[in-house]
Each structure stands twice: as structure tokens, then as C-alpha cells.
Design a protein around this ligand. Structure first.
Ligand code: MLT
Length: 266
């Protein structure tokens, strides 16, 4: 399905009982809503489940404006308004988590609970910002394919490469299907993002934090930090997973997620 939000077409799936609390999935970079397939199937009995493509990703339009985390937040709120969702539960991975944290910090009244997956509240370090520029240069010079191979090696745990070739191929396909200019715009948006750590103590929503034990992009330490700073958070480490814990160990991920939703989608 599609709807117009902030002047662009956003593509989304909207499944499950309409009278249940809405659970909205936000994907990571540079992926799309198909990464949540197993979670959408697992949760659609418990909640109204919405998975959408952030602007410029998957089947959503990108528009003309430079991307930014605040613009992604406006899109999220616009989508909620278009779908008549007053208050949602967000389940957000990595870049999706940057959006969820900013949205909850600025509009806490619009959310019931958060599931923060393989993400962090810190802004990029100087080194991280320099690496974003290197990545932009590499995409503009050499194209998407070498960038995709380099990123895959950081996104997935070694055992995923050994044991789940289908998952590796699916992630590669998501990355290589992104237009280069959209990759660049999202890299710039993440490079420019503000930290949200200093506001965590004020976030009184219930939060479930999930992190792959071998996550090298938003390592478990970043999740432990958020767990300690948030007033009402629980933390589950997903074994045998890297940065894409929902894809790499969906059984453990879904068990933790469904247990959390038993309370919050009831
Ligand atoms: C993501 O998975 O969304 C990105 O890798 C996050 C990042 O690069 O900071």
C-alpha cells in the first residue's frame, strides 16, 4: 500500500487487527521493510502491524530535500496521522532506532513503548564522521557493489556467512537495489545526527533493547549504556547474531519481542 506523507509516496504494509495497538517497524540502513518479514508474521496476531520503507528506501519515494533524522521523524508522524494512529509501539533497528529515539524524545505522547534493536544514542565520533565521507566518496567513485560487499562484512556475524547464505544474499540484494544518491543522502543524515543520550533519563516509556552479541556497528556496550540510562528498560542479548539480529537469529529475537508485546499490545 502507499500513502502520501510530506509530499512523497510512502510504501507500507498494514496487517493484523485494526482494533489492537499499532506496532510500527523501522528498518536500518540501507535496507527496507522486507527485513521485518519474520517479525511481521510473528506479531500480526498480537498487534496491528505496520512496516514501512523510509523515504528513498525500498519502494518509497525520496523527494528533493536532503535527508535528516528529523525529516524521517516527520515522515513517521505523518504516516501515523495518515493511518489514524494516535499512539504507537515502535520496533526500530539501527538507523531506524536513531529515528525512534528522536521521535520519542520530541513527541513522547505519541508512543506506548519502544523496541530498540542494534542501535545507539550516541552521535558519530569524529572518526565515524570521517568514515561516512570516505563511504560517500567510494560510492560516488566506484559504485554500489564494492560498498555493499564492505558493508555486508560489518552487518553480519561470521557464523551467518557460514550458516545462512540465503540471509547474506537477501541483505546484499537490499543494499545493491538502493540508488547511489539515496545511499549518499542517508549517510549524510546519519553523519549529521544529534546524540539522544542526554535525554534518555526523561524517557519514561517501557523499552525493550535487543542487540546481537557480535554486533560490530552498535556493539552490546552501546545497548548496556542505554539500558542503564533509561528508567524502564530491559535488555536481551541475541546469541549468534551480528548487527541484523532480527534476521540472523529470528527465533530468539521474536521470542523476546513477543514476550514484550504480550503486555504492550494487550
Ligand atoms: C544501520 O544499520 O542502520 C547503519 O549501519 C547504522 C549506522 O551506520 O550508523
Amino acid at each position: 500500500m502507499t500513502t502520501t506523507v510530506n509530499g512523497i509516496e510512502i510504501s507500507y504494509d498494514d496487517l493484523g487487527p485494526i482494533d489492537k495497538p499499532a506496532l510500527i517497524f523501522l528498518h536500518g540502513f540501507p535496507l527496507n521493510r522486507s527485513m521485518w518479514k519474520r517479525q511481521v508474521e510473528a506479531c500480526r496476531g498480537a498487534c496491528r502491524v505496520i512496516a514501512y520503507d523510509l523515504r528513498g528506501h525500498g519502494e518509497s519515494e525520496s523527494g528533493e530535500e536532503p535527508f535528516s533524522i528529523p525529516l524521517f521523524v516527520q515522515d513517521l508522524l505523518g504516516l501515523m496521522d495518515a493511518l489514524r494512529i494516535d499512539k504507537a509501539i515502535l520496533c526500530a533497528l539501527s538507523m531506524g532506532g536513531y529515528v525512534a529515539l528522536k521521535a520519542a524524545e520530541e513527541h513522547p505522547e505519541r508512543f506506548r513503548a519502544l523496541v530498540l534493536c542494534d542501535t545507539q544514542c550516541a552521535a558519530d565520533t569524529d572518526e565515524g564522521r570521517a568514515n561516512r565521507l570516505k563511504a560517500i566518496h567510494a560510492i560516488e567513485t566506484d559504485g554500489v557493489a564494492p560498498f555493499a560487499e564492505g558493508l555486508l562484512g560489518k552487518l553480519l556475524a561470521e557464523q551467518t556467512f557460514e550458516q545462512q547464505p540465503g540471509t547474506v544474499d537477501a541483505v546484499r540484494e537490499m543494499i545493491t537495489s538502493m540508488p547511489p544518491h539515496t545511499l549518499v543522502r542517508s549517510l549524510r543524515a546519519m553523519r549529521e545526527r544529534d546524540e539522544t543520550c542526554s535525554e534518555l533519563f526523561q524517557l519514561t516509556l517501557p523499552v525493550l533493547i535487543l542487540v546481537g552479541e557480535a554486533d560490530r556497528i552498535a556493539p552490546p556496550d552501546a545497548s548496556v549504556y542505554m539500558h542503564n540510562a533509561l528508567p524502564h528498560a530491559e535488555l536481551v542479548v541475541i546469541e549468534g547474531a551480528g548487527h541484523l539480529s532480527n534476521l540472523e537469529n529470528p527465533d530468539a529475537f521474536n521470542t523476546a519481542l513477543l514476550r514484550f508485546l504480550e503486555t504492550h499490545c494487550a
